[in-house]
Design a protein around this ligand. Structure first.
Ligand SMILES: [Zn+2]
Ligand SMILES: [Zn+2]
Length: 148
């Protein structure tokens, strides 16, 4: 089901609204997306270009002869992927949406580059941010509550 969803970069300079299908998100495992985002894979949701409204223009980095990527030059947040010719859907990074919880992965792309050690980490030991006293103390020393 198509929904209009808002998002933007970490610092808030770049904001967008995109009409996307959250159930049709996917993971890209390609090396260029890894380098562009710093992630072991990157979750995208896509939409036709006319369904993505930039309320404040992102910066664009030409990442290959065929594509460029929107990002924020102030805070560095990777915001997506688009073909240079303007045809085809624009990918928006799922993590840049204000509420990424409705998104569901529907497929893997560029599986030849998949770092399979990272595909399922649920069996590993875990801790919450609030359980990390070093970080909690830094936030408290700054006079703030630790963020989510
Ligand atoms: Zn920013
Ligand atoms: Zn990719």
């Amino acid at each position: 089901m198509i929904r209009a969803m808002g998002g933007g970069c970490q610092c808030g300079r770049v904001r967008y609204t995109a009409e996307v299908e959250p159930e049709e998100a996917y993971l890209c495992h390609c090396r260029m997306c890894r380098k562009a985002t710093g992630g072991v894979s990157i979750a995208y949701s896509n939409a036709p270009p006319e369904k993505v409204t930039w309320h404040s223009e992102p910066d664009w980095y030409q990442s290959s002869p065929i594509a460029h990527r929107p990002f924020c030059s102030h805070c560095g947040t990777p915001l997506g992927f688009a073909f240079l010719d303007g045809k085809g859907n624009i990918d928006i990074t799922v993590g840049s949406f204000d509420d990424p919880t409705p998104f569901r992965p529907s497929k893997n792309y560029a599986t030849e580059s998949m770092l399979t050690a990272w595909t399922d980490t649920r069996h590993l030991p875990g801790m919450t941010s609030a359980e990390n006293p070093n970080v909690v103390k830094r936030w408290e020393d700054a006079g703030l509550e630790p963020p989510e």
